[in-house]
Ligand binder design. Sequence first.
Ligand code: PHE
Length: 463
Amino acid sequence: MAPRGGFSSRIGFIAAAAGSAVGLGNIWGFPFEVGEGGGAAFVVIYLMFCFILCFPVMATEIAIGRKTQKNPVGAFTALGYKNWNWVGKLGILAGILILSFYNVIAGWAFGYIFEMAAGHFGGGEQFGEYTLKIFKVGGYGLAFMATTALVVSRGISGGIEKAAKMLMPTLVVMMLAMVIYSLTLPNAMDGIRFYLVPDFSKINAGVVYNAMGQAFFSLSLGMGALITYGSYVNKKENIVSAAALITLADVGIAVIAGLMIFPLIGFMSGGTMEGAAGGPGLIFVTLPTIFGTLGSIGPVVGTLFFVLLCFAALTSTVSLLEVPVAYAVDELNIKRNRAVWIVAGIIFAIGIPSLLGFGYSDFFSTAFTTYKEGGTDTDFLSFIASLANDSILPLGGCMIAFFAAHVWRKHNLDDELAEGSPNYKGSFVQKYLNFAVGYLAPFVLAVVFVLTVLFKFFGISIF
Ligand code: PHE
């Protein structure tokens, strides 16, 4: 077999997979979803989804990847079920869609490094004007995509693994420092209350669907990113404990991001928490305003923050690009380097409408869809996010779980999970995973998928 490359160590794999999981989804997405979902009640539902449903699906994806040593499409074929490989194709489509808009936001973040360094702390107005300068932000986006492509073209252990091992720890230290600072501000506790004390009257169907979408997105599940990374993992690796660590790391970073941002919103709003539901612009508006109050260290802290955000985003864009690239290399026999640049170019182009949808083009900003969630106008980026994150990922997760338990069969899944984990068989974890992958996840995910599609795209709400 031609060498596909692989992770050189356990820690390398965990860093890369955690790097895939930890990204804009945690630091940009999670706080704004919490804000829009009404605070702590969203957090509770989100955490339940992550640990009860997503963790078993994660172990399953990695196991399928390691067993087959293939990309998500080739994996189903390699197990002997070619007629299931549409699930892999759907995953690749999701990856392409996600990267197309993800790169737009990463591009914004990249440009904000320079805005911060220059001491531009203008808040909402500044951000609004910034997203309108499409050649500038488009250029940043292009640079970000090119960087992603460069890492992916270097392969697994030399590019992806090395980058992740360096970037992840730095990110954590930096975020903790920011948490400590924001907790010292006046009205910080109002933010903490909003974030951590649940008010279950705020929960409605839409909140539940978004929590599910966010959990899948944040954990990089449902589209085969972890099948792909799993394909580079060796047989000595304990998949179950790796999946647990990755889940914990991802949830941990999201929780820390909230601890960083909500006290700041508490401070800025004078305790009313107005502005918490700031949507996609939240961290580009709230945080810079705070950095502006720090005096001479503001530009330093601001610059550092966006540098780290870009690093976190980079380890995720790398995993997103790796999925279609692995497919092109394994299935279409295209050389890695070529595949990387072609695929990256196509995905950048697909992202252009998302780039234009923040006021530059009326069509992509509002007129494009008006049916979502019972008639509110939606920009193109949010539309793609609803389609990919909230719909395709849970569907993919449902299918992967169902496939593993009932088509490939539980004992095969168990055998793969037991490799590198001598105590797995007969353990409580095994029993739980069997139940979750076989019944709970397929059922819950199928229901959530149908309800989400009806609600988001047809405005029909059953609950
Ligand atoms: N999990 C990443 C984030 O939270 C995004 C991602 C989704 C990456 C799906 C890979 C696959 O930013």
